[in-house]
Ligand binder design. Sequence first.
Ligand code: G6P
Length: 506
Amino acid sequence: MSDTDLLDLPLVLLSNRGPVTFDRDASGRTVNRGAGGLVSALSGLAEHLDDAVWVCGAATEEDAVVAREAEGGSILVQTHPYPHVVEGEPDGPSIRVRMVVTDPAAYADFYSVWSNPILWFIQHGLYGRSLAPVLTKAEHDAFENGYAAVNRVYADAVADEVRARGGKALVLLQDYHFYLVAERVREQCPDVVLTHFVHIPWPGPDEWRVLPANIRERLLYGLLGSDVVGFHTRRYARNFVLCAAELLGLPTNLDDLTVTVGDRVVRARYYPISVDPAALDATLATEEVAAHVAMLRYVFLEGDRQLILRVDRTDPSKNVVRGFLAFGTLLDQHPELVGRVSFLALLQPSRTDVPEYADYIALIGAVVAEINARHTKEGRQPIDLRMVEDFPLAVAAYSICDVLMVNAIADGMNLVAKEVAVVNRRGGVLALSEMAGAHEELGEFAVTLHPFDVQQMADALYEALTMPMEERHRRLAAAAEQVRTHDVRRWLADQLADLRKIAGFS
Ligand code: G6P
C-alpha cells in the first residue's frame, strides 16, 4: 500500500480480535485469517511495513498455546499465499503478531461484564434505566480486577513493543475494550504518536453519567492519553469533546474538536470506515456464491416475488425484534404481500455468555414464530431465520435482495449496508436506520428507518418494495459510487495523512 511512506515510524497495533487465530484439527495446528474490513485494512498496512507488530488477545485455546510457546514475544505469520507461521525470512507478505494471554476470570470481567454489556450498552443507548444497569460491589470489583487489570496487561505489552523499537512508534489502538491503554502507554513511552479509534457510537455527557464519576473520569483520561481519538462520524467526535468539557471541566474547542490536557492538545477526528470493494467483487465472482445465488433465487424469487434481507449479529443494538414487528405490521396492513414477500434473516449468535444477549436470541425466536404462525400462506412461512455465520451465503443474498433492512438502535457505522451497496445487482433498496453511522453517507440514497417507530418502519418497507425499478437502480448506483470512492484504504490513508501533519512529519 502506498500509504506506508506516510509515516517513518515503526507501527504497533492493538485490538481485542487479532488478524489470525489458531485452531487444532486432525491434521494439527491450523491458522485462519480474521474476517472483516478492519482486519483486512490494518493487515494491508502492517504487511507492507518492515517493522510492525499487532498486539491482540489470545481468542482460542490454541492461540494461548501459541502465545505460551512464544514466551510472551511475537510470532511472524506469512499471510500469502496461505496463512502460516514462518521461523526465518518470509517469502511473502507477513505480519508480526503478539497474542496476549490474561487470567480467565479477569478476562471474563473485562469482556463479559464491562466491555459487553456495560460500555457497549451505554454507548448504544440500550439501557432502559428504570431497572438497569445496577452497579454493585461485583461490578466495581469487575472494573478494577477485570477491565482495568486487563487494560494494564495490554498497555504493558504495547509499551514493551514500543521500547523494543527504540521508544518511538506509531501506536494505533482499536475500540472500547481498551480505553485505559493510551494513558499508560504514554506514561511509559512519552515519545509515541498515539491514536485510539472508537468503532462504536460515542454518546453525549448525560449518557455517561450512568457511570459513577470516578469510573467515567478514568475512562476519559485514559483515552485522552492519545494524540488523536478517532470516530466514524462528526456527531460522535463532538460528543467526545462535550464529555471532556462537561465531565472533566477541561478546556475544549468545539469547532476544532480539540481538548487541552495539561500541555498537550488532543484531537477528536472522524473518518468513516468502509469496505474493500475489490475483495467483495472477487467473493461475488466465486462458484460458491453463484451456487448460493441459484438456490436463493429458486427459494425466494420465483415469479414476481420479493425478498427483504437482514444480516446481523444477534445484538440488542441491531433491533432485530422491532424489525420483525415492523414486517409483521406490513403484512397485516398489506395482505396482498402475504405469500409474495419473504424476509431472510442471517443472524450470527454473538456474545452468548452475556445474559442480555442470550435472552435476546430467545425473544427473536418468539417473535419470528408468532409472525410466521399468523402469516403462513400455502405452506410458505414469510420469515426464514437462519442462525449462521456464512460470508459467501451473505454475499449471495446481498446480491439479489430487493430490500436490505438495517434498523439499528445505534450502530457505529454498519458495514453490511456498504457491502450491499457494492454487491447488489437487483436495484436493492437500503432501508437504513437514521442511527447508523452509515446513514450520514448513504442516507440520501436510502429509505430512512426510525428504529423505535414500528409503524414508520412498516411504511418505509412498503415504500421500498413498491419503488419504481428505475429509481431503485438510480439510488443503488449512487450508493455504490459513494462506497467505491470512499473505501477502507481511504479510511486508513486519511488517518495517516492527518497523523503525519499532527506528528510534524509534513
Ligand atoms: C463490533 C466491535 C468490534 C468487535 C465486533 C464483534 O464490531 O466494534 O470490536 O470485535 O463487534 O464482537 P466480538 O465481541 O465478537 O468481538
